[in-house]
Design a protein around this ligand. Structure first.
Ligand code: ADP
Ligand code: G6P
Length: 479
């Protein structure tokens, strides 16, 4: 057993909350990493003393642990080959599409798998080195599903939790994976395996019974060594109060007004905010909006669409194809329907600070979130959190985890373009009372069930897990 470190809580995730970037003057700097995982975990680490192990992007090899904005970060290096085979390959060319309803075709390559095993081994070794005797290690997401098992073999004294931020697929899809048994066994190294939805937890337990042959009862798996592993749903959330406070600030209100002015003060602003990912349904949503203009329901003086699409995983072919397709579509729509100084779609590739995100949400009358499949979708919750006057409207895909909680949104099937058009139009035309009624109910849900409540629930369950050893970590404090 390696000697213990000093951290009572170790967060292990593929991404660090900041990415290594080159600043305008050529010097190295840091930028917030995109995505829901970072948004959710950052406040949890802030509330607990601990360290975060992860990759800062790139292939730089000379990286040392550092403090950033009060967080202790331990960077993991990645070689160019690992970036290609582990990150772009097995994580984002195999697992991501497989776990998202095969919206794109997953590829299976043995050398990608080998790289996945190697990187998981290194992350587990680093966590084993940093964790104190009996510490809690919380491993995150699909890139690191083998870490719990490797870590347990290195450090049986630890309390190990795993949380999957993306959907866990139904058995029919998961079974395609040539390494399905290894992944299930990897996850079973944890004391508690958390999922976004009940369905994911149930899929996992059923697969463990069928494929690994362990005894199970409801949400528990009984291992031959006497350990018990629990699988349960913990729907993730955001720092709702923090977002609301930001939205109420004068700076954000002013900025929201400036944004609307810059858009030409249309009667209604539609907004989409996504990583540029094929699961997000950006193409179909923009088509639906443009058809409403073509059909004469409104014109560009009445309504504009702001689509923020942060470039993501740009070396993966499917992502490049998507980017080209959307670029072309936006060009067509604006060429055909825009007027001078009035594009129908304002299309933005930038990454923004939280304050600017809040201003965009405040500037938007209708938020459009239409993924084909999404573990949760935090953007939907962020929008709701900023609408403190109970105004605004949310059009939300039935296939986002958030739809389970945000029942009062205008729910749509993103594969049904006509249905989506109707919902966009209804949200556009809804009167103040209708919008208020829906938003009020959704705000109650989001404010009550915030990220601190999510982390409390997971960490308390982990502390109580029957198979768990080790010390208990304080649940996250509420902001
Ligand atoms: P995913 O995790 O698949 O990217 P989510 O909607 O769950 O999707 O989370 C996205 C997170 O990234 C949100 O917190 C959102 O505010 C943030 N985000 C998305 N686009 C941008 C952007 N352009 N600039 C800054 N933050 C962004
Ligand atoms: C989603 C995943 C995260 C991932 C993020 C950004 O939120 O669940 O694990 O970090 O997308 O993707 P990237 O590939 O840039 O890390």
């Amino acid at each position: 057993m390696p000697s213990a470190g000093t951290a009572d809580l170790v967060i292990v995730a593929n991404r660090l909350p900041v990415d290594r970037v080159t600043l305008a003057d050529g010097s190295p700097g840091w930028r917030t990493s995109p995505g829901g995982l970072v948004t959710a975990i950052e406040p949890v680490l802030r509330a607990n003393d601990g360290v975060w192990v992860g990759w800062p992007g790139g292939t730089e090899q000379d990286l040392q642990p550092f403090e950033f904005d009060g967080l202790s970060l331990v960077p993991m290096t990645m070689s160019a080959e690992e970036v290609k085979d582990f990150y772009e390959g097995f994580s984002n060319g195999t697992l991501w599409p497989l776990y998202h309803d095969v919206v794109a075709k997953p590829e299976f390559h043995r050398e990608w798998w080998d790289a996945y095993v190697g990187v998981n081994q290194r992350f587990a070794e680093k966590a084993a080195e940093l964790a104190s005797e009996g510490a809690t290690v919380w491993v995150h997401d699909y890139q690191l599903q083998l870490v719990p098992q490797i870590l347990r073999s290195l450090r049986p004294d630890l309390r190990i939790g795993f949380y999957l931020h993306i959907p866990f697929p139904p058995a029919e899809l998961f079974q395609q994976l040539p390494w399905r048994r290894q992944i299930l066994e990897g996850l079973l190294g944890a004391d508690l395996v958390g999922f976004q939805m009940n369905g994911g937890a149930q899929n996992f337990v059923r697969l463990v019974r069928q494929r690994v042959g362990h005894k199970t009862h409801r949400d528990l798996v009984y291992l031959p060594d006497g350990r018990t592993v629990k699988a349960a749903a913990f729907p993730i959330s955001i720092d709702a109060k923090g977002f609301e406070e930001l939205a109420r600030s004068e700076r954000v209100e002013k900025r929201a007004e400036t944004i609307r002015d810059a858009l030409g003060s249309p009667r209604k602003v539609f907004l989409g905010v996504d990583r540029l990912d094929y699961t997000k349904g950006i193409y179909a949503r923009l088509r639906a909006f443009s058809e409403l203009i073509i059909d004469g329901h409104f014109d560009v003086e009445d309504a504009v669409f702001v689509q923020v699409a942060t470039p993501s995983r740009e070396q993966v072919e499917q992502y490049r194809i998507l980017r080209d397709e959307i670029d072309r579509l936006v060009g067509h729509i604006n060429g055909d329907l825009g007027r001078i100084g009035r594009p129908a779609i304002s299309y933005l590739h930038s990454s923004y600070p939280r304050e600017e995100m809040a201003a965009l949400y405040r500037a938007a009358d209708i938020m459009v979130v239409t993924p084909y499949r999404d573990g949760m979708n935090l953007v939907a919750k962020e929008y709701v959190a900023t609408r403190y006057e109970d105004d605004g409207a949310l059009v939300l895909s039935e296939f986002a985890g958030a739809a389970d909680e945000l029942r009062q949104a205008w729910l749509v099937n993103p594969y049904d373009i006509n249905g989506m058009k109707s919902a966009l139009l209804e949200a556009y035309a809804a009167d103040e009372r209708e919008r208020g009624r829906r938003m009020k109910a959704m705000r109650k849900t989001v404010l009550q069930h915030d990220v601190a409540a999510w982390a409390d629930a997971f960490l308390l369950e982990l502390a109580a897990a029957r198979g768990a050893h080790g010390k208990t970590v304080r649940p996250a404090k509420r902001s």
